[in-house]
Design a protein around this ligand. Structure first.
Ligand code: HEC
Ligand code: HEC
Length: 343
């Protein structure tokens, strides 16, 4: 891992150096921007990715038979066509009721050191069984699930190829799904190409937007949306209007009752963010401009708000530049071949 990271950093610096003479310096990435280049995808030693594991995980991810009434798969709420989210303000449950929180994208979740809006899961392996068991998500009886997977000749063969000698159980099901999720990566956006030395990959407005994004005296966004995956893996209260409700969602505080975590939610990645409207854990912002306007006001409900939230005084043009920059975080849509589900 570390070796790969060093090689990548070395290449990146070499690239940045070599284009240094090609155009006006303010349009080019600087050597210290290279912290934004994503390293290789990390994975736990006990679950190294193999093609068999990824393929099996992909089948499971898209298979609605992992839910009680065969109606919901992971992809229902993490849909590749909708930036691996669901386009809803808050997720819809298996009985069609609204959940409290929005479905986050799973893009680059492989880089998170903590999962879920409130960080209640540590890793992708740790997270994967949750939705199947959750009565409001997939409501699946796990004993029934494992018995069915074992009885299905194609799934049984796929598990044997992916995890030879291991049982078909919660461990192998979650390891396979996590292996697939580690392939859902965004690292070829105009921003990434600009970092790698293509001075024309981003427009002038997008480049200005990036500088405003990182400037502590302007957007101050990168204090929380840190390099390289636009998150500090930390929790903050942004003073959203919904926090003013009589019994608001307290977020991380319900998991760790420390005063600074009241109403705090995990900083999400912003990669592919232009595909995943509406925004915030409560889906309350319809567009990226609405999000930036919220920050420019310094938040709405000031109780328990993060000390990093303050009125920014950005001009309309500056706000547009920041939005344009976030639009440069979209990689070309991959034509994902849907898995052939065993029947
Ligand atoms: C009914 C919609 C729904 C289904 C089905 C669903 N999810 Fe989610 N997913 C959500 C919501 C909502 C959250 C955030 C919940 C929270 O933080 O409290 C979430 C969070 C996650 C996260 C954490 C991402 C992050 O950045 O923190 C991962 C990973 C994930 N889901 C994977 C899966 C997998 C794998 C499946 C299938 C086994 C699945 N989901 C099924 C709605 C869904
Ligand atoms: C104090 C830390 C902090 C700062 C500063 C910050 N963010 Fe955020 N950002 C977060 C957190 C935490 C969330 C999720 C909050 C929630 O939903 O309750 C978030 C959510 C977002 C979202 C919605 C993403 C989604 O998937 O729903 C966007 C877009 C965003 N921020 C962009 C920005 C921009 C642009 C700036 C600078 C103008 C900025 N952020 C400054 C922490 C921060």
């Amino acid at each position: 891992m570390n070796k790969l990271k060093n090689i990548l950093t070395a290449c990146a610096i070499a690239v940045a150096g070599s284009v240094g003479a090609a155009g006006p310096a303010e349009l080019l990435a600087h050597a210290d921007d290279m912290t934004w280049l994503l390293p290789g995808v990390p994975y736990p030693t006990e679950n190294a990715p193999t093609p068999e594991r990824v393929e099996l995980g992909k089948k499971l991810f898209f298979d609605p038979r992992l839910s009680a009434d065969n109606s919901v798969s992971c992809a229902t709420c993490h849909n590749p066509v909708l930036g691996w989210a669901d386009g809803r303000a808050t997720a819809k449950s298996i009985q069609g009721k609204d959940l409290q929180r929005a479905s986050p994208t799973i893009v680059n979740a492989a880089f998170n050191s903590i999962q879920m809006w409130d960080g209640r899961k540590k890793s992708l392996e740790d997270q994967a069984m949750g939705p199947m068991e959750s009565m409001v998500e997939m409501a699946m009886n796990l004993n029934r699930l494992f018995a069915w997977l074992k009885s299905d000749a194609d799934y049984a063969a796929a598990f044997a190829a992916a995890y030879p000698g291991e049982a078909i159980d919660d461990k192998t099901v979650s390891k396979a799904i996590a292996s697939f999720e580690r392939t859902v990566i965004s690292n070829n956006s105009p921003f990434d190409r600009w970092l790698r030395g293509d001075a024309n990959a981003m427009s002038a407005s997008q480049i200005r937007g990036f500088r405003l994004f990182t400037d502590e005296n302007k957007g101050n966004c990168a204090v929380c949306h840190q390099a390289p995956n636009f998150t500090d893996n930390g929790f903050h209260n942004l003073g959203l209007p919904s926090y003013g409700a009589p019994e608001p969602d307290v977020g991380r505080y319900a998991i760790k009752p420390i005063a600074v975590l009241k109403g705090a939610f995990k900083t999400p990645t912003l990669r592919e963010v232009a595909r995943t409207a509406p925004y915030f854990h409560d889906g309350s912002a319809k567009s990226l401009m609405e999000v930036v306007e919220h920050y420019n006001k310094g938040g709405v409900v000031r109780k328990d708000i993060s000390p990093e939230m303050r009125e920014l005084g950005l001009s309309q043009q500056e706000m547009q530049d920041i939005v344009a920059f976030m639009q440069a975080l979209t990689s070309p849509q991959i034509n994902l071949a849907l898995p052939e589900l065993p029947y």
